[in-house]
Design a binder for this molecule. Structure first.
Ligand code: SAM
Length: 453
C-alpha cells in the first residue's frame, strides 16, 4: 500500500494525505489535504480552512516542505457572502489562543476579509505525539508519557507483533505501529511488524477502521470488531503470534485466559487450543488500569495463569521547564536583589549592550513593511517585548541579532519543575510469559549443553 505519512512522511505535504495544521502549541488541526472541496469524515473540510488567523486554502498547504510557515491568503468569497460562509465552515477554528497573528497580543482579531491575510500557521507531519494531542476523542486515551514507557517495557521493536485491546480512540495504536514498523509489506505481509487491535464497541470499531485506512496504515494495523473477554484474540481463526500485548480494558482479568500458551482450566472451548502468543519467544505484556482494585484482580489472575515478573508502575509525569532567566538590572538573582560591585559593573555593561542592540534593531527594521505576521520576538529588543508591542516588519531583516549577543544577555539557563503531579493517569501492570519449550527443543538444548553430553 501507499506509505503512511506517520511512518514515511517524505519531504513535502501531498494531496489526500494527513497533515497537522499547527495554529498554536495547544491548537493543532488534523487535515486531509485536498485540492477540491469535499468532506472527509472527521477532518477539517476540504478546500479552505478558516481560522481567526486568516484563511488557508488547501492548495497553499499542498506540496510544501514539512514545517513550513504558511501565510494566510485573501480568499475572495465576496463581502456579502463572507459572513454566512464563515458560519457554514465546519472547520472554522475560533478559539485559538496566541501565535499566528501579527496583531498586538491580547487584541482580538476581528473576523472578515480585512484580516484574512494577517496570520500564519505551520504545517507539520503527523506523528503519534501530535496525533495524540489533536485526535478526535472517542474515549479516554493513553498519552505520550505513558505509551513511550509502555512500548519500551513491552519491548515493541521493528518487526514485532502487538496485540492491543481496546482500540478506543487509537492513540496507542498510532504509537505502537510506529514502534513495530519495519517497512511496507511487499509479498509476505506476515513477516512484518503489525498491530492487532480489538474493539468491542461497533461505532468505535468503524471509526478506527476508517482512520487506519485514511492514515495509510491498513496493511500494518488489523482492527477486529470483538469482545475479547468472551472471544479472545485470534484473527480469522489464526494466531497473531504476538510478542507484545497491551490491554486498556475495564476488566483485563477477563481477557487474560485467552492470552495463555495452553488452554486454561475451565475455558469453554472444545476446538484445539490456539494461543495468540508467539510460542518461541518471551511475551511482554502491559495492562493499563486507573484503579488499584483493577490492578489487584489483574495481578491475581496473572499469577494463576503463569505470568512472571509481575510489576506495577505509575508514571508520575512532571513538566520541567528549561528556560533562560531574563536577568534585568532590577531583577533579583540568586545572589539576592542587592547588587554587589561585581554585579554593578556587569549590569552597566549589559545596559550598554542592550541599548546598542536596540539601536541596531531599529535601524534594521526602519522602512520595513507593516503588519507582517512573522515577528520573531526573540529578535526584538527587551523593551519591545516587555510592553507586548510586536516590532512591525521585524522579519524583513534576516540578520540574526542573537548570534552576536553574549549568552548572558539571553539570561541564565535555569529549570523549574512543576511542584505537584497534577493527574493520575493509570497504573501500569507489566508481566512476562516465558518462552514455551517443546520436548524436542528441550532435548536439543540439553544435547548442546556440555554437561548433557
Ligand atoms: N487505548 C485507547 C487509546 O489510547 O485511544 C483507549 C482505550 S479505551 C480507554 C477502552 C476501550 O476498550 C473502549 O473503546 C471500549 O469500547 C473497549 N472495550 C471494553 N470492553 C471490551 C471488550 N470486552 N473487548 C474489546 N474492547 C473492549
Amino acid at each position: 500500500g501507499a506509505a503512511s505519512p506517520f511512518l514515511e512522511p517524505g519531504v513535502r505535504t501531498s494531496t489526500n494525505s494527513l497533515a497537522i495544521v499547527h495554529l498554536s502549541r495547544d491548537n493543532l488541526l488534523p487535515v486531509i489535504l485536498q485540492e477540491s472541496k469535499g468532506e472527509v469524515d472527521g477532518y477539517a473540510e476540504g478546500s479552505v480552512i478558516n481560522t481567526r488567523f486568516g484563511s488557508f486554502p488547501h492548495t497553499t498547504l499542498i506540496n510544501q516542505p514539512w514545517g513550513s510557515q504558511i501565510r494566510a491568503s485573501i480568499v475572495d468569497t465576496g463581502s456579502r457572502g463572507r459572513k454566512r460562509k464563515v458560519q457554514d465552515e465546519e472547520a472554522a477554528v475560533e478559539d485559538s489562543e496566541g501565535a499566528g497573528s501579527a496583531t498586538t497580543p491580547g487584541q482580538a482579531t476581528p473576523k472578515g476579509l480585512e484580516t484574512a491575510s494577517s496570520g500564519f500557521v505551520h504545517i507539520l507531519p503527523p506523528t503519534p505525539e501530535v496525533w495524540t494531542t489533536s485526535l478526535p476523542h472517542r474515549t479516554q486515551v493513553v498519552y505520550t508519557p505513558d505509551y513511550s514507557y509502555i512500548l519500551h517495557r513491552i519491548r515493541a521493536r521493528p518487526g514485532m507483533r502487538i496485540i492491543e485491546a481496546g482500540a478506543g480512540s487509537g492513540s496507542f495504536t498510532h504509537a505502537s505501529v510506529r514502534a513495530v514498523y519495519s517497512g511496507y509489506p511487499k509479498a509476505d505481509n506476515d513477516a512484518r511488524g503489525k498491530v492487532y487491535s480489538f474493539e468491542f464497541n461497533e461505532d468505535r470499531f468503524h471509526k478506527m477502521e476508517a482512520e487506519v485506512e485514511a492514515h495509510g496504515l491498513k496493511d500494518l494495523v488489523k482492527v477486529s470488531h470483538r469482545d475479547v473477554y468472551n472471544n479472545g484474540f485470534l484473527v480469522d481463526g489464526k494466531s497473531p503470534e504476538a510478542e507484545c500485548v497491551f490491554l486498556d480494558l475495564p476488566a483485563p482479568w477477563k481477557a487474560l485466559p485467552h492470552l495463555s500458551r495452553s488452554k486454561p482450566a475451565g475455558t469453554e472451548q472444545d476446538t484445539p487450543w490456539v494461543s495468540p502468543l508467539r510460542s518461541d519467544r518471551t511475551v511482554h505484556l502491559c495492562s493499563f488500569s486507573p484503579c488499584i482494585e483493577q490492578v489487584t484482580k489483574t495481578v491475581e489472575v496473572m499469577r494463576q495463569l503463569g505470568w512472571m515478573q509481575i510489576e506495577m508502575v505509575e508514571v508520575s509525569h512532571k513538566r520541567v521547564n528549561v528556560m533562560r532567566e531574563r536577568v534585568g538590572l532590577n531583577m533579583p538573582t540568586d545572589r539576592g536583589s542587592n547588587l554587589s560591585p561585581y554585579d554593578v559593573g556587569e549590569a552597566v555593561q549589559r545596559l550598554r549592550e542592550v541599548e546598542s542592540k536596540s539601536k541596531e534593531f531599529h535601524e534594521r527594521t526602519q522602512g520595513a513593511e507593516n503588519g507582517d505576521a512573522d515577528v520573531d520576538m526573540d529578535d526584538a529588543p527587551e523593551a519591545q517585548k516587555s510592553n507586548g508591542t510586536p516590532a512591525k516588519g521585524a522579519n524583513e531583516s534576516k540578520a540574526p541579532v542573537a548570534s552576536s549577543a553574549k549568552p548572558y544577555m539571553m539570561g541564565r539557563l535555569i529549570h523549574r519543575t512543576e511542584p505537584e503531579i497534577k493527574t493520575h493517569t493509570s497504573y501500569l501492570v507489566f508481566a512476562v510469559m516465558p518462552q514455551e519449550w517443546t520436548e524436542e527443543q528441550e532435548a536439543a538444548a540439553f544435547a548442546q549443553w556440555p554437561c548433557g553430553k
